[in-house]
Write a protein that binds this ligand. Structure first.
Ligand SMILES: [Zn+2]
Length: 289
């Protein structure tokens, strides 16, 4: 609903933010792939270079979903603080760190002064934007685990493939990963404890990492195409990856994760904690709630 409201605002009132609850003054920075609008007096240092770097990093993985990203531009609104983001035109939910509107090729975020976090959130929201635009072409929305899993996977890869999510997998107890039937049925509840939400993100990340890394990008795309076309996950996994059932897939995934030398095996030393969970948008554009 919140997303729907924000979208309604976008369409209803030219100019874009005229009917905003709190009018923001935006300054503009143009790069080859972005129109960046920032609220602070100065753009975050090196913003243009950083945006193009992020774009270059994710393009190899994501452009198969959104070929338009090579030549098209994305609008990015950067609030000067979390408070201003919360009070701003888009009325995000309190746990949100960013918003993506694939229809408008627009993302909205805030800068809390931590460069790594800004990079992660921009990467995360761009992944949503491009992936959701691919589903939108077929008037569909991606399953939340796939959508969020891909977004955090891109965050992780944006960090030279030694990302915080891969690190957080190390030492994860098998019991923290829920059965796939439960996990893939939907996202965590809005009032779920932070640990549960983090675990849900970590599991989505681990699933996408498994589907993306040992296989090829093309297989991951084919799985997404099948899911977009309404093929049930179990059938899609068979069609594309040749897993005979969801439980066969789950078994292979858990083995990859928890076997000796698996992705969840930790090296001696302290186990890093999961990154703070990232923005959640469980309500697709078309749903009313
Ligand atoms: Zn997200």
């Amino acid at each position: 609903m919140r997303r729907l409201c924000a979208l309604a605002l976008l369409f209803a009132v030219p100019p874009l933010f005229a009917a905003a609850p709190r009018k923001t003054v935006w300054r503009e920075l143009v790069t080859p792939h972005f129109h960046a609008y920032y609220e602070a007096n100065w753009a975050p240092a090196g913003l243009g270079v950083e945006l193009e770097k992020i774009h270059g990093r994710i393009r190899m993985d994501i452009s198969m979903f959104a070929p338009w990203m090579s030549t098209g531009t994305v609008k990015i609104y950067i609030h000067a603080s979390q408070a201003s983001f919360m009070a701003g035109e888009f009325a995000p939910p309190p746990w949100s760190r960013g918003l993506a509107y694939s229809d408008k090729k627009t993302i909205v975020i805030y800068d809390d002064g931590v460069r790594d976090r800004l990079r992660s959130v921009i990467t995360h929201e761009l992944a949503h934007l491009f992936f959701e635009s691919f589903f939108k072409e077929a008037d569909a929305v991606p399953p939340v685990w796939l959508n969020e899993g891909l977004a955090v996977y891109m965050e992780d890869r944006a960090d030279s493939d030694k990302g915080p999510w891969s690190a957080a997998l190390k030492g994860t107890a098998p019991a923290r990963m829920k059965p796939l039937k439960t996990h893939c049925a939907g996202g965590p509840k809005e009032d779920a404890p932070a640990q549960q939400v983090s675990d849900w993100y970590l599991e989505s990340f681990a699933l996408v990492k498994f589907l993306f890394t040992p296989a090829t990008r093309l297989q991951f795309k084919n799985l997404s195409v099948a899911v977009r076309n309404g093929v049930p996950l179990e059938q899609a996994l068979w069609n594309v990856y040749r897993y005979r059932s969801l439980s066969a897939f789950e078994e292979a995934w858990r083995k990859w994760l928890f076997a000796p030398e698996g992705n969840a095996q930790s090296a001696p030393g302290p186990v890093p904690s999961a990154p703070q969970f990232s923005p959640i948008q469980f309500k697709p554009f078309s749903t009313k709630n």
